[in-house]
Design a protein around this ligand. Structure first.
Ligand SMILES: *[C@@H]1O[C@H](CO)[C@@H](O)[C@H](O)[C@H]1NC(C)=O
Ligand SMILES: *[C@@H]1O[C@H](CO)[C@@H](O)[C@H](O)[C@H]1NC(C)=O
Ligand SMILES: *[C@@H]1O[C@H](CO)[C@@H](O)[C@H](O)[C@H]1NC(C)=O
Ligand SMILES: *[C@@H]1O[C@H](CO)[C@@H](O)[C@H](O)[C@H]1NC(C)=O
Ligand SMILES: *[C@@H]1O[C@H](CO)[C@@H](O)[C@H](O)[C@H]1NC(C)=O
Ligand SMILES: *[C@@H]1O[C@H](CO)[C@@H](O)[C@H](O)[C@H]1NC(C)=O
Ligand SMILES: *[C@@H]1O[C@H](CO)[C@@H](O)[C@H](O)[C@H]1NC(C)=O
Ligand SMILES: *[C@@H]1O[C@H](CO)[C@@H](O)[C@H](O)[C@H]1NC(C)=O
Length: 599
């Protein structure tokens, strides 16, 4: 009975939890990357939070929109560790007893934490709005994901002076990209390209003063929020009313990886997101898209494309953000330099100065004066009857559009000029860039279980050991009176069932070189031996083709027959026989193996 209870108890310890859905997570519990099917789900079923595979063996703890259609990958609305995915093994999101919510990578590093502290019980739950909230039982919130947006704002999630929304790197790479939506120092909601080498603001249009765009710099409360009807309002008086703003729909405002902000609404019947508004209509005005030394231009079907400037080549073939680099060396010598005309091409920003009313030659010379001048832009304004000249030391945010009534003159060695005439063009394929999955090679912590695990292991071992002892005890008792353990009935008893196998050397040592003979029978000679743990045993040295049964062994001490020398010696002694009376009887004859317990 005791065995049964213990057995059931220890089984219960090892039965894995099979649930996949949690309404809340309490103190001391966790979600693991090894069971990504375990997720927290909002009570309306719209959002789930759990481990999301962002690559091979790479996971991020994320909140996603549960698509009813399943035809697309989940729409991620938040991520805890977008820049540091964790290993698929031994990584966990745990709510500690201290009230801190932590994400550990491979059982080793803490890659993210809520940094909260609470003595009272706390729970992690996913609100119907998609807000992951760590709250006390009274509903007081300690931490919420809405305060730490990634690339998306959900209805009721406020963008404040302390937060910013940052695009992801690409469609398949969820780590932080270069585009940020935030309130700038003038209280204006703005989009900035914060790139590899430069930072530049591109929305609202920097060439237009704020009041012309309907913005106000006077309200310093700096808050913007989207509602479920599709109204997005900001404290700088910027407002968006989506076309379908009379309908209560699932919506999101996302800073997409291409640098545009879009307002999406969920089309239930189609099972897709539809764009109900976007900030920028002319995508080439988004800074950074093509990187330095390149030109963005519009194409009819696919939107836009990037091209390197003539005699420049791509720096990174997978990523346009790195732009292009020069194939030639520029000499400081004025006589060596010439200029190549590129019509209707503008490079925004990074001029040394802007000169009004310069002639073409004045402008050209102003560039030649500077060793690091790469080009100059010359734009004649017919209305004013004068020209604007800007020598450029950096070539960023280039784009070509017939609307631009100016030209760019690119500086290059005279020797290159004759052979150069066209712009190399490449299509910017926005749909399929860098789809290679992220592969993380991390070493796992081999065996350093934490305190709790250690105690559990010891407990399990203890229980297991106790169980084995009890089972053997009962088994020994049960078979005590059984007399018919004949060889005819017996099969093999695997060593795993509690018998111990001894080597010849061990037995030789126990019998002190087979010195004390206590019996002799048909099967072989029996010697007295003392095992390493102090127990006294009868050890039989078997002869060839021995099929000796129990009775023969028992009769051994009384038999005196001479035997041929042994050909094989092995022995198994039951190691758990607790009482001499029981063990003396319990021997299972095995082919060429004899087990015996005696004290
Ligand atoms: C969670 O949602 C409920 C209603 O759905 C709301 O009353 C509560 O304030 C929300 N809590 C937080 C922290 O957003
Ligand atoms: C903001 O917009 C409202 C109407 O939409 C207008 O009455 C108000 O004057 C604007 N504020 C500023 C500072 O422009
Ligand atoms: C959205 O904003 C417009 C203009 O501010 C307003 O007329 C409309 O009532 C708003 N809709 C909702 C649902 O709040
Ligand atoms: C500033 O913006 C907030 C949020 O939009 C609004 O509630 C508040 O009335 C505005 N203040 C002024 C002085 O316009
Ligand atoms: C540019 O100059 C470097 C050394 O200053 C030289 O190694 C390289 O070959 C030059 N490149 C060209 C295209 O002339
Ligand atoms: C430009 O220069 C011309 C003569 O050089 C002068 O008449 C004109 O006033 C200047 N315009 C401006 C805007 O400085
Ligand atoms: C994703 O982007 C990050 C940041 O630029 C980069 O470090 C990482 O290597 C990228 N991952 C892949 C698979 O390209
Ligand atoms: C990861 O390991 C695999 C196989 O061990 C190897 O082929 C691959 O190059 C490794 N990747 C990195 C990034 O180390």
């Amino acid at each position: 009975m005791a065995t049964l209870i213990l057995f059931v108890l220890s089984l219960a310890l090892f039965v894995p939890l099979t649930s996949t859905y949690f309404p809340t997570l309490g103190k001391g519990s966790s979600l693991s990357t090894e069971k990504p099917e375990d997720v927290l789900t909002s009570s309306n079923g719209v959002f789930s939070a759990g481990f999301y595979a962002v690559g091979e063996n790479a996971y991020c703890f994320a909140i996603w929109f549960n698509h009813p259609s399943h035809s697309h990958p989940h729409t991620i609305v938040w991520m805890a560790n977008r820049d540091q995915p964790v290993n698929g093994r031994r990584s966990k999101l745990s709510l500690l007893k201290t009230g801190n919510l932590i994400l550990t990578d491979a059982g080793k590093f803490t890659v993210w934490a809520s940094n909260t502290l609470s003595r009272s019980p706390v729970q992690l739950s996913l609100n119907n709005t998609g807000n992951l909230v760590l709250h006390t039982s009274e509903g007081y919130s300690l931490w919420e994901s809405f305060d730490f947006p990634t690339d998306t704002l959900l209805p009721q999630q406020q963008l404040t002076r302390n937060t910013k929304v940052v695009s992801s790197k690409s469609q398949s790479n969820y780590s932080s990209g270069f585009y940020k939506l935030f309130f700038n120092d003038d209280n204006l909601l703005s989009l900035v390209y914060d790139g590899i080498e430069i930072t530049s603001l591109y929305w609202p249009d920097p060439t237009i003063v704020s009041w012309d765009t309907g913005r106000s710099t006077y309200n310093s409360s700096r808050v913007a929020v989207l509602d479920s009807f599709g109204n997005f309002t900001s404290s700088d008086n910027f407002t968006v009313m989506s076309a379908d703003n009379w309908m209560l729909l699932h919506r999101r405002l996302t800073v997409d990886y291409d640098g545009n902000i879009r307002l999406y609404s969920w089309e239930e019947e189609e099972g897709t997101w539809v764009i109900s508004w976007q900030a920028i209509q002319r995508p080439c005005t988004i800074h950074g898209t093509c990187g330095p030394n390149s030109i963005c231009s519009y194409v009819a079907d696919s939107g836009r494309k990037c091209s390197c400037l003539p005699r420049y080549k791509r720096k990174n073939h997978r990523d346009w953000f790195y732009g292009c680099e020069r194939e030639f060396n520029l000499s400081c010598n004025k006589k060596d330099s010439g200029f190549l005309l590129l019509s209707h091409v503008e490079f925004y920003g990074y001029g040394t100065e802007e000169f009004q009313n310069y002639t073409f030659n004045q402008c050209k010379n102003s560039c030649l004066q500077l060793c690091n001048c790469k080009a100059f832009q010359f734009k004649f304004d017919e209305g004013k009857g004068s020209a604007t000249c800007s020598p450029k030391t950096l070539l960023y945010n280039g784009f070509r559009s017939p609307d631009f009534k100016g030209d760019l003159y690119l500086r290059m060695p005279k020797s290159n000029l004759l052979s150069t005439n066209s712009i190399q063009e490449f299509h910017l394929d926005c749909s399929s860039d860098d789809t290679v999955l992220q592969v993380l090679n991390r070493t796992y912590e081999k065996s350093r279980p934490n305190g709790t695990v250690k105690i559990m292991l010891w407990l399990a071992c203890g229980l297991g050991g106790l169980e084995v002892v009890c089972i053997l005890l009962i088994w020994c008792l049960l078979i005590r009176d059984q007399q018919s353990w004949g060889a005819d009935k017996q099969g093999y008893l695997p060593a795993a069932t509690g018998f111990r196998k001894f080597t010849y050397a061990e037995l030789k040592k126990a019998t002190e070189g087979f010195s004390e003979e206590i019996g002799r029978g048909a099967g072989g000679t029996v010697y007295r031996g003392v095992l390493s743990d102090g127990r006294v045993a009868a050890i039989k040295r078997l002869s060839e083709a021995n099929q000796a049964g129990e009775s023969e062994f028992l009769a051994e001490p009384h038999t005196k027959a001479k035997q041929p020398p042994p050909t094989e010696i092995k022995a198994i002694a039951a190691s758990h026989c607790p009482t001499p009376s029981a063990s003396a009887q319990h021997r299972r004859p095995l082919p060429n193996v004899i087990g015996h317990c005696q004290t």
